[in-house]
Design a protein around this ligand. Structure first.
Ligand code: UD1
Length: 354
């Protein structure tokens, strides 16, 4: 049995970590292909190092570009790689351009393709991630879903027969990393003079928030008025857009900082008074660590975090301060994202009887 994983962007490296381990433990041959969509060391190499992921077997080195150019470059490069390796399964992760290219390349070569984190929907057809996940689910032979809600979406689209509820692999990673980090903020944040419980963590990187200058300006303004320092972990996209727009990110309470390695991000979140983000992963990590989250979007794929009271959607940036200072939610023992063994189930689903 040979599984070939295609990854390219930061959240996919996090998801790859437990899958690579589960594949190793199951004695499955596992080939890792890095598309090169993310190439900055802080968005790529540190995840392989910190999460104990084997080095990629193949690196396509595609880099940045418009959606069509980037997706097309990956698609063009994958044909030869998949043809050479002839895996039993191609495994695509999440909702990036690397995901879609992997799925299309595999189906065209008549190779079986599985989609990990299948069935998530924002129902917002303006989002590139929504295009990628819908198209990938419909191309896939196996849809490996993280939640019951995702299973329901797949069923509603006629995909129930090929769907399996495995749980969320990001929960697997978070459980492991949580056990290795302390309770206080990481050194990078204490060096900024930040104290436990007395700062917020913010990340903003989605196109709908960064690419409209007026919207980005209003988001930074919303963060600047918060009652505690806000560590804004600036993804290259937001740093680049702010520079192009002549927008100073270091306003009021906002303290810009480079992206953090994964264990430091977990520690920073644990030590914070709250999270403000448009990242899917961080909404869920905040919930799993029971840190209140405010999401600067009109909708979320991780609806359980909102239903359980730990996440609030704030489409209007001028409402960020009110949302962030809301009363703390009540405790919950709900576990909609699984038990931390999703990767094992994903590998079982692919290696089990056809
Ligand atoms: C991608 C995913 C998004 C995911 C995010 C995680 C798509 C459509 N989007 O968005 O779903 O949440 O990754 O971070 O696939 N850049 C760098 N260095 C890098 C990577 C990007 O400087 O290593 C800059 C470039 O200016 C590039 C821009 O960021 O043009 C956007 O990068 P890209 O990979 O296209 O999308 P992300 O915004 O990272």
């Amino acid at each position: 049995m040979k599984i070939l994983s295609v990854v390219g962007a930061r959240p996919q490296f996090v998801k790859l970590a437990p899958v690579a381990r589960a594949a190793r433990e199951a004695g499955v041959e596992h080939v890792i292909v890095h598309t090169g969509q993310h190439y900055d060391p802080m968005l790529s190499d540190v995840f392989f190092r910190d999460l104990g992921i084997p080095d990629p077997d193949v690196h396509l080195g595609v880099g940045s570009g418009s959606h069509g150019v980037q997706t097309g470059a990956i698609l063009g490069a994958l044909d030869a790689v998949l043809g050479e390796h002839q895996p039993d399964w191609v495994l695509a992760y999440g909702d990036t351009n690397s995901t879609l290219a992997a799925a299309v390349s595999a189906v065209k070569l008549h190779l079986r393709v599985a989609h990990l984190e299948a069935g998530l929907r924002s129902f917002n057809r303006q989002m590139p991630e929504e295009h990628n996940r819908v198209l990938t689910d419909h191309a896939a032979d196996a849809c490996l879903a993280p939640t019951q809600v995702a299973m329901d979406h797949l069923a509603a689209e006629g995909l129930a027969a090929r769907s399996v509820l495995v749980g969320d692999v990001m929960t697997d990673v978070l459980h492991d990393v949580r056990a290795t980090v302390g309770d206080g903020p990481p050194d990078a944040l204490t060096a900024m003079g930040l104290r436990e419980g007395d700062y917020y963590v913010a990340t903003i990187h989605r196109a709908e928030n960064t690419d409209d200058p007026e919207r980005l300006r209003r988001i930074v303004e919303g963060l600047s008025t918060l009652d505690r320092p806000v560590v804004l972990l600036a993804h290259p996209r937001v740093a680049a857009r702010a520079a192009e727009q002549g927008l100073d990110l270091a306003q009021g309470a906002v303290r810009p900082h480079a992206p953090l390695a994964y264990p430091d991000l977990v520690a920073a979140t644990i030590g914070s008074a709250g999270v403000v983000t448009d990242s899917g992963g961080l909404q869920k990590e905040a919930f799993l660590l029971r840190v209140p989250c405010t999401t600067v979007r009109t909708e979320t794929e991780w609806v359980e975090t909102v239903q359980l009271g730990w996440n609030v959607l704030v489409p209007d940036p001028s409402a960020i301060a009110t949302a962030v200072t809301r009363p703390a939610p009540g405790p919950t023992s709900a576990a909609p994202y699984g038990d931390g063994r999703a990767a094992e189930r994903a590998i079982d689903a692919l290696t089990g009887p056809a």
